[in-house]
Write a protein that binds this ligand. Structure first.
Ligand SMILES: Cc1cc2nc3c(=O)[nH]c(=O)nc-3n(C[C@H](O)[C@H](O)[C@H](O)COP(=O)(O)OP(=O)(O)OC[C@H]3O[C@@H](n4cnc5c(N)ncnc54)[C@H](O)[C@@H]3O)c2cc1C
Length: 317
């Protein structure tokens, strides 16, 4: 276990915005999470390199986030660095030709769809309404409408712990159901562990009529708005579907809709969503997740696996 060293000084990070004791509830869609020692927003690749050097040299944990839409963050202080690669600085979208886009990883999926639609470039419509960045979507192999982003990724540019920058082709990314080589099982990168941060990606697209693309996006948005509890803070679907069953259906048949622990509640609209109806805590959500898993197991003998990233606070306490 890691013991936080209180002597760690404020980092002199070049090319970064830096905040100390930042509340993570401001940066997660769940609106849950305590403070972190350092919250860093790199402005350039040099900035990312300086963060990597800082955490490596001081042996402190690092969490990389995009929009924080798939994260459950602990209420206790995080003794490390949270680095956000988001829309403010990593948002460039280049059209290479009619078959490929080159997109920086902080670009939000909604912005990407807007640009692709304007330029009459099709292929990303199934991602409509997924509220994260490209980097988060690739890590999670996010998807909907029976498609996943991994299917349209040609290659991904990354930086590793040694500061090396290189491209990784689609097959080497090892995309699976909400899985990729970038997904970190503990949620947080601990010192001396190798990891890669996504910088940009090449995405396969096709020329199409802008109005057709727009119509498809509107259809998907309408259907999502009517079926998902979008007015409440959440992290999207909590559990993975099994080979042949929808997790939401199993949860609903177990009678868990509306089940509540503190201010965390199984949505009455969509059973695979846990929503924050007030001041839900990390513990509320974790306890509710366990209750749902137990109930589904008792009734169907199915062990539901979580889909969202739960930052495991026991690793760095
Ligand atoms: C209302 C709602 C609806 C949703 N609907 C869907 C859906 O239909 N389908 C679906 O698949 N998901 C869905 N999600 C989940 C989530 O939006 C997606 O997984 C999204 O792609 C996560 O992107 P993010 O930028 O928010 O990532 P974060 O939540 O910030 O991070 C997710 C993971 O990616 C890693 N990561 C982020 N950026 C980088 C980077 N640059 N380099 C390396 N690692 C990185 C993080 O460390 C973390 O492990 C939904 C969530 C909400 C709240």
């Amino acid at each position: 276990m890691l013991v936080h060293n209180p002597k760690i000084m404020l980092p002199d990070l070049k090319f970064c915005e830096l905040k100390t004791n930042e509340l993570m509830s401001l940066h997660t869609n769940f609106k849950i999470g305590g403070v972190c020692d350092f919250f860093v927003i790199p402005k350039t690749i040099e900035g990312i390199k300086s963060v990597i050097n800082y955490v490596e040299q001081n042996e402190i944990p690092l969490l990389v986030i995009g929009n924080g839409t798939n994260l459950l963050f602990p209420d206790d202080k995080f003794p490390g660095v949270v680095m956000q690669i988001g829309e403010s600085y990593f948002h460039e979208v280049k059209v290479i030709n009619e078959s490929f886009l080159q997109v920086e990883s902080g670009t939000s999926i909604s912005k990407l769809l807007e640009i692709a639609t304007d330029k009459g470039l099709s292929g990303l419509e199934f991602m409509s309404g997924i509220p994260g960045t490209l980097g988060g979507a690739i890590t999670m192999n996010a998807g909907a409408q029976r498609k996943r982003i991994g299917e349209i990724i040609e290659r991904v540019k990354v930086i590793n712990t040694k500061g090396e920058i290189y491209w990784i082709g689609q097959t080497d990314i090892r995309f699976g159901y909400r899985e990729s080589r970038f997904k970190c099982s503990t949620g947080v990168y601990l010192p001396q562990k190798e990891f890669e941060i996504i910088l940009e990606a090449e995405i396969k697209i096709k020329k199409n009529d802008s109005s057709k693309i727009k119509t498809r996006i509107q259809e998907i948005t309408k259907s999502r708005e009517s079926s998902l509890p979008l007015e409440f803070p959440s992290a999207g679907c909590v559990f993975k579907n099994t080979q042949d069953k929808l997790a939401g259906k199993l949860i609903e048949l177990t009678g868990c809709k509306g089940l509540r622990v503190g201010d965390a509640q199984v949505s009455t609209q969509h059973a695979n969503f846990i929503i924050n109806v007030g001041k839900a805590t990390y513990k509320d959500v974790r306890t509710l997740i366990s209750k749902v898993q137990q109930k589904v197991y008792q009734k169907f003998k199915v062990s539901l696996e979580t889909e969202l990233i739960i930052i495991n606070d026991t690793l760095y306490k």
